[in-house]
Design a protein. Structure first.
Length: 335
């Protein structure tokens, strides 16, 4: 806790903060402050300590830890209970385990690397350490089970807005960078390439949701991708400089909380539709909808307030496509 408060105080000041001031602010001894600084140094923070001046944060490492995330959070609920692993099998699996053990609504699980990262439709999600965000948010929504799949779209919108805010902070003053868009229903895209994917899993009964886990993997600082992934991109490739993953995670939580409140009130996306469609890269495009045993082509018009993709077919009729096990491709490529 002191570590988190100390990080916040030093980062916000940007200059020396005296040991005395830190002691008074946190109501602890000088030794406790000194110990917190020593622990932060061990974790890779460059902290200068000068007698009579105090402590100053010289450099921030790109770490995904409870203290780093917690010191940036501005939310009431989302991410307030946060568990970070150096290595996990899958943050979705860990979030489900914590859910079964009674972890609260809004619990966030992050990992530096995953040994069994999971993608949609049973695929693996490659999860090397160092450059990406792997996180899962545990929710206990008071909505009907058939409405829970809309939460994937709420997370997509929140994460896209968070990526865009981070990109514009990085661009500060320079010519604008491209915007992260949404490829319905699960992907974030930048310049026509995939930067993030979402996997939502849930435990429900006929008319009751035990919990929902929304997992998201975001390519943040990855510098290049193997040939087998021609449609992948990272934020860094467009930001032109490395970004801080904890800053992105905290922003995601902030946007998610804002949009979740709006979703929960009506149990639909009516109040988010406009924002969602503004970022929807499929909009106005020819898409191929691949459903198990069925394939059709049409023009994507937008989304319904229930989160379905509205596709105008060649005969002029409008088909509502439900997210489920569907895959949507551009007729001329990935988007
Ligand atoms: C996809 O596009 O196929 C979805 C990928 C989801 C990956 C994330 S990474 C964090 C969380 N843990 C997992 O095992 N999967 C999700």
């Amino acid at each position: 806790m002191i570590k988190e408060e100390m990080l916040k105080a030093l980062r916000e000041s940007g200059d020396f903060v005296s040991g005395q001031e830190l002691c008074e602010r946190f109501g602890v001894s000088r030794t406790a402050v000194w110990k917190a600084a020593a622990r932060l140094k061990e974790e890779g923070y460059e902290i200068e300590s000068v007698s009579n001046r105090g402590y100053r944060l010289k450099a921030l490492p790109d770490v995904v830890t409870e203290a780093e995330i917690g010191s940036r959070l501005k939310t009431r609920v989302m991410g307030r209970n946060c568990v970070c692993f150096d290595s996990a099998d899958s943050t979705n699996v860990q979030a489900k385990r914590l859910a079964e053990e009674g972890a609260p609504h809004g619990t966030l699980v992050c990992a530096e690397t995953q040994t069994a990262g999971r993608g949609r439709r049973g695929r693996a999600w490659s999860s090397p350490p160092g450059a990406a965000v792997y996180m899962s948010l545990l929710l206990r929504p008071k909505v009907r089970p058939e409405h829970a799949s809309m939460l994937t779209l709420v997370m997509g919108l929140a994460a896209a807005e968070a990526c865009n805010e981070l990109l514009s902070r990085a661009a500060a003053g320079k010519p604008s960078v491209p915007q992260t868009g949404l490829k319905w229903p699960n992907d974030l895209v930048l310049d026509g390439k995939k930067t993030a994917g979402i996997l939502t899993e849930m435990s429900t009964e006929v008319d009751f949701i035990h919990y929902v886990v929304i997992g998201i993997g975001i390519n943040v600082n990855t510098e290049g991708f193997p040939e087998e992934l021609p449609h992948a991109a990272s934020l860094r490739q467009y930001a032109g400089k490395p970004l801080l993953r904890a800053e992105l995670i905290a922003l995601c939580m902030e946007y998610f909380e804002k949009y979740y409140d709006r979703f929960e009130k009506k149990e639909d996306l009516g109040d988010l539709k406009e924002e969602y469609e503004r970022l929807l890269v499929n909009k106005g495009k020819q898409v191929r909808v691949l459903e198990p045993g069925r394939e059709h082509t049409g023009t994507a018009l937008g989304i319904s307030s229930q989160g379905e993709l509205l596709v105008e077919l060649e005969d002029g009729s409008i088909e509502k496509v439900y997210a489920g096990e569907v895959s949507v491709r551009g007729v001329y490529g990935y988007v």
